[in-house]
Design a protein around this ligand. Structure first.
Ligand code: ADP
Ligand code: MG
Length: 359
């Protein structure tokens, strides 16, 4: 399996950075995800509410899936169904897989049509809506800029204004044409490239939960690289507890109590470009071509994974002053921003966020 994200974390690994990056590198050599090995049971097999969990590497990161179901068999099948969906998303939507829908789309000339899988189409369609709602801060056509910054990091020099403006003409979500009837996608400008790195992990969570429910799971906690859906309750009937990582030190900044919702965090802790000893966000501001520099940690709670993931990316691009009123207007979305300086972090949150925090 190919890595889902960019190779920036590989650079981080080479500099002795963290485990998630290491997993990504190991993944380059792993052909498939092994589902059956580590499934463990935390309650007896004949318990009326069995909870199973399994951790593995998927989509270039680390996943943990817990299922609660009437019995152990069902819980086990539900967990396997979730991992099968992660594989589907990777196969269809990774820009690293040449024959995925997105890989194929990126190889087409401007104006050519491609029929894509219903899942890919839905993801693009919902992504475009969030692009519009976020005033273009979220933009799945950022890939040429991402590639430009990746090359710059490799060469250890900042991209020039000229290089950035050359690729910027190929960036813009409004240049994607989607036709629902024929399920076709068209990129209308030469050299356009799509990258679902800011949305597909969240979408994979939603597809996984749907598959788990179809198998008979009554509750689940699904974590892919720190983006989480927490559906129903734990086997003991209590809400799921999910930590928000501290951006400036090891450990958690706070713990959230979640039920029937999703949470995603975007930030520079795990993935970044490093040039001349300075870290640049892997999220690009499509309006300027520069890496986002607003907040090192943005956490979004939403009703589903796709929404949480995409808005966490969007709110990393927008300034807090721009984003906070926008977030207050959006139905069912709560946001937490943690910014520097590291010695005394500045914390801003939307009005309903505190209700989810346990400590
Ligand atoms: P993470 O993958 O660390 O959870 P995000 O969900 O914020 O982070 O996604 C970041 C990825 O999204 C980048 O690596 C890149 O592939 C893509 N991306 C970068 N900038 C944007 C943007 N402005 N809008 C949408 N996607 C973006
Ligand atoms: Mg995202």
């Amino acid at each position: 399996m190919e890595p889902w994200h960019t190779e920036m974390a590989l650079d981080a690994v080479r500099r002795g950075a963290r485990m998630r990056g290491m997993l990504r590198r190991q993944l380059l050599t792993l052909p498939t995800v092994v589902i059956t090995l580590a499934i463990g049971c935390s309650r007896p097999a004949d318990s009326p509410r069995a909870e199973y969990k399994h951790s593995d590497q998927v989509m270039g990161t680390f996943a943990e899936v817990k299922a609660v179901a009437p019995n152990a068999e069902v819980a086990k099948a539900a967990v396997a169904a979730a991992y099968a969906r992660f594989d589907d998303v990777n196969r269809l939507m990774s820009d690293y897989v040449d024959d995925s829908d997105i890989g194929r789309l990126n190889q087409l000339a401007a104006g050519q049509l491609l029929t894509v899988a219903p899942e890919t189409f839905r993801c693009l369609q919902r992504g475009v809506v969030i692009s519009t709602e976020s005033g273009g801060a979220f933009d799945m056509t950022c890939r040429p800029l991402v590639l430009c910054w990746r090359a710059a990091a490799k060469a250890q020099r900042l991209p020039t204004e000229q290089e950035l403006s050359n690729v910027r003409q190929a960036v813009g979500y409004e240049k994607i044409v989607l036709d629902e009837g024929s399920r076709t996608v068209m990129l209308t400008v030469d050299n356009m490239q799509v990258d679902l790195g800011g949305i597909a992990k969240g979408y994979a969570l939603d597809l996984a939960w749907q598959a788990m429910r179809e198998k008979g799971a009554t509750s689940a906690m699904i974590d892919v690289g720190g983006d989480v859906v927490a559906m129903g309750t734990r086997a003991d009937g209590k809400p799921w507890r999910i930590g928000v990582r501290h951006p400036f030190q090891d450990g958690m900044y706070c713990t959230l109590r979640l039920r029937d919702c999703a949470v995603a965090t975007s930030g520079v802790q795990q993935q970044f470009f490093e040039i001349d000893g300075r870290r640049y966000s892997h999220i690009i501001d499509p309006r300027t071509g520069q890496p986002a520099a607003q907040s090192p940690s943005v956490t979004v709670i939403a009703s589903d994974g796709l929404t949480a993931d995409a808005w966490a990316t969007a709110f990393s691009v927008l300034s807090i002053a721009e984003a906070q009123p926008m977030a207050e207007q959006l139905d069912g979305i709560e946001v937490l921003w943690i910014s520097g300086p590291a010695e005394s972090p500045q914390v801003v949150q939307t009005s309903g966020f505190a209700a989810y925090v346990t400590e």
